[in-house]
Design a protein around this ligand. Structure first.
Ligand code: FAD
Length: 661
């Protein structure tokens, strides 16, 4: 996950790249050149007057300081088609540090309104996909930054039934200084994301670039370059048969094509998962109806007074680690955005993590060091942690300055305020039947709604629906206790986490951590509170001793739903009977290559099992699911998508010869 930030030097007030031994741009000409080479050569303004789709997607290789992006956004705000949305996807191998970005963008005061938004949304320097939503005076633009090698990061996003790009900008450092980028392979990758009519432009007129583009199916021509430059290239993609696509290891996880003719969906369940999904779809321009069984939203697992948004860690650089880290970064950014426009009850006190033992402490330390992300966390000595937290801490801690606590009910309300979402309470969905290309959604009295696209987001109650009853969902009780401040807890300036967690607010302090599988029935809230305090004592004895169990303000227990591999189930719902037949060979030979594509329930998706981390996981999971449903750029790579795929459990069971009843 480590990447090398841009090594930038200021020479006579102008930015110079030490990585490529080249200037970023010539003095005084950056914006007019960007306009000539990219905005005009791709005929953006004309094309936006007659949009042929609800989304316009631009792809860029060489994001740099985002000048082309900002210039494009400025044009978009002036000439945006009434209902369309702009998706901007950009690759950057050596992203600028935030402080360099700020200094560089300060040279363009005419873009100040736009660049301030970019700076606010700019992700930490960590490799992979970072999706952010920027708001320019009411005009939304979705920016997906791919930090890493352009060819590789793009390939990791390629899906057979995924989004396609309308216009490409090739703006890396020149082929002379940066030959690694301008390869035939990259041009072929651009081609698989293109459709007939996709345009491309670049300031370079190098013969090698032109040849590579032409051989990948772009028809290029030399046109007048900017200023004193004689030529540049402009190209259009022509249909090409048999373009080589990136190798697929598990074809069974290729999602089905989306059903887009209605652009409306029904979501079952108004907890964190359902509300986040509805919001993500609404942000892509869909109309969404949320059906909730209870009289109020977020009244089950999502009904706690407050929860922590923190970063779960996983050793290794596998899909889980990528999901944990990127979902945390994504959710923090989304919540800060939402807090600006709604009454989101959010506090950002930062979090101190106290490991259970030296082994755990060292493991976590190694993982964080391997990420190499500045500002994500700091290792603090006991003295430093004590000074920061306000209470005596005995051991080294990890400090996460951006960790947030928030009220999940206020979050669900904020999501559902989106004008494209309607909510229907007291609607318990008990049956889904697929008739005449639509899902018929019924409660115990009969039909309540119809939709071609339905998302099951009702947590462990998904087991009561015929189509999702086979998933191995687990349920654990958890309990959160609220106390009035003691003298000790009043001093606490940050959240604490470890075996138990502590969330201080102005009025009170919340203690959680307890997880029970089966024995909850036998446990009262008093007993649960006692256990929570016992766990807290192992994190900080003084704090636990200072709280009076008989003086609690409240205690609340609820079921958390999780999966056997601790990752949520997010994606299309398979047709179990047909998939069992299709993949039955796995029972005989678990190593059989998964070359067949799965068969799905048309238009049916699921988003459940967020365990104890729904506040970090659900925004990212919802953004991924909505990208799948709307065929827009996903916020995650394909390996994360495969790791979340609901079908993984059926495949696992077949391999282990554990067939569902
Ligand atoms: C004590 C406790 C503390 C926690 N602390 C944290 C924390 O600090 N940080 C964190 O990230 N996570 C925390 N969690 C976990 C988090 O709260 C849950 O993972 C999350 O709320 C799950 O959201 P959900 O939408 O999947 O499920 P739910 O919130 O349970 O929502 C499911 C919804 O579906 C509805 N529904 C069910 N069946 C139907 C049907 N047939 N038709 C229509 N509607 C239906 C339900 O009424 C419910 O509203 C905690 C959980 C608990 C219990």
């Amino acid at each position: 996950m480590k990447l090398k930030p841009a090594r930038l030097q200021w020479r006579k007030g102008m930015p110079f790249s030490l990585d490529y031994d080249d200037i970023y741009y010539a003095e005084g000409s950056a914006l007019p050149e960007s306009e000539h080479v990219f905005l005009q050569a791709n005929r953006l303004q004309q094309r936006w007057q007659k949009p042929d789709s609800d989304y316009f997607t631009i792809g860029e290789c060489g994001f740099g300081a985002g000048l082309n992006f900002l210039n494009t956004c400025s044009l978009w705000c002036q000439h945006k088609p009434a209902t369309a949305r702009l998706h901007y996807l950009a690759c950057e191998l050596h992203p600028l540090r935030a402080e360099d970005l700020e200094r560089l963008l300060a040279q363009f005061p005419e873009l100040a309104d736009y660049s301030s938004q970019l700076q606010k949304a700019y992700p930490p320097l960590c490799s992979g996909t970072h999706q952010r939503r920027l708001n320019f005076s009411g005009h939304q633009v979705q920016l997906t930054l791919l930090f890493g090698d352009a060819n590789r990061t793009l390939q990791r996003l390629y899906r057979k039934n995924g989004f396609r790009v309308d216009a490409w900008y090739l703006d890396g450092f020149s082929p002379r200084c940066n030959p690694q980028m301008w390869t035939e392979e990259l041009c072929r990758t651009l081609a698989i994301f293109s459709r007939p009519g996709t345009s491309l432009s670049t300031y370079s007129a190098a013969g090698g670039v032109r040849k590579a583009l032409d051989s990948a199916g772009f028809q290029s021509q030399r046109i007048k370059g900017f200023g004193k430059k004689r030529h540049m290239l402009s190209a259009e993609f022509q249909a090409v048969e048999n373009l080589p696509t990136p190798p697929v290891t598990n074809a069974c996880f290729i999602p089905p094509p989306a059903i887009q003719d209605e652009r409306q969906a029904v979501v079952i369940g108004a907890g964190l998962a359902g509300c986040a999904t509805a919001y993500a779809l609404a942000e892509q321009g869909w109309q969404v109806c949320v059906l909730e069984r209870e009289a109020s939203i977020a009244s089950m697992a999502s009904g706690n007074k407050r929860g922590i948004v923190d970063c779960k860690l996983s050793a290794g650089h596998d899909a889980s680690a990528e999901f944990y880290l990127h979902s945390y970064l994504y959710s923090i950014s989304l919540y800060q955005n939402l807090a600006e426009k709604s009454a989101l009850d959010l506090l950002q006190p930062g979090l101190l993590y106290l490991a259970a033992d030296p082994g755990e402490r060292d493991r976590r330390h190694k993982i964080l060091a391997s990420y190499g992300i500045e500002h994500l966390s700091q290792s603090l000595s006991a003295e430093h942690a004590t000074a920061l937290s306000g209470i005596k801490l005995e051991d080294t801690t990890q400090y996460f300055p951006d960790a947030i606590s928030l009220n999940p009910v206020s979050l669900c309300k904020a999501y559902l305020q989106h004008p494209a979402i309607t909510l229907q309470n007291n609607q318990e969905v008990i049956r889904l039947t697929h008739e005449n290309a639509s899902w018929h959604i019924s409660d115990c009295k009969g039909l309540i709604s119809r939709s071609k696209t339905v998302i099951i987001a009702n947590s462990q109650d998904a087991l009561h629906l015929q189509q999702s009853k086979h998933y191995p969902l687990l349920s654990n009780y958890g309990q959160l206790d609220e106390y009035p401040h003691s003298l000790e807890s009043r001093k606490l300036a940050h959240m604490l986490s470890g075996r138990a967690y502590v969330i201080p607010t102005d009025e009170s302090v919340l203690i959680g951590g307890l997880t029970l599988a089966d024995q909850f029935e036998k446990m009262t809230l008093d007993q649960g509170a006692k256990q929570n305090l016992a766990l807290l004592a192992r994190v900080n004895e003084n704090l636990a001793d200072s709280l009076d169990i008989n003086n609690r303000i409240s205690s609340r227990a609820a079921l958390r739903c999780s999966s056997p591999d601790y990752l949520p189930l997010v994606g299309p719902v398979e047709n179990t009977a047909l998939c069992l037949e299709l993949f039955k060979g796995l029972s005989r030979n678990a190593r059989q290559p998964l070359v067949e594509e799965a068969v799905y329930q048309p238009g049916l998706y699921i988003n459940v099992a967020h365990g104890s981390n729904a506040l970090s996981f659900t925004p990212y999971a919802a953004a991924y699911l909505s990208a799948l449903i709307t065929e827009t750029p996903a916020p995650c790579s394909n390996r994360v998508a495969d790791a979340l795929h609901p079908l993984r459990f059926l495949i696992r069971d077949l391999k282990k010869q554990r067939l569902p009843a």
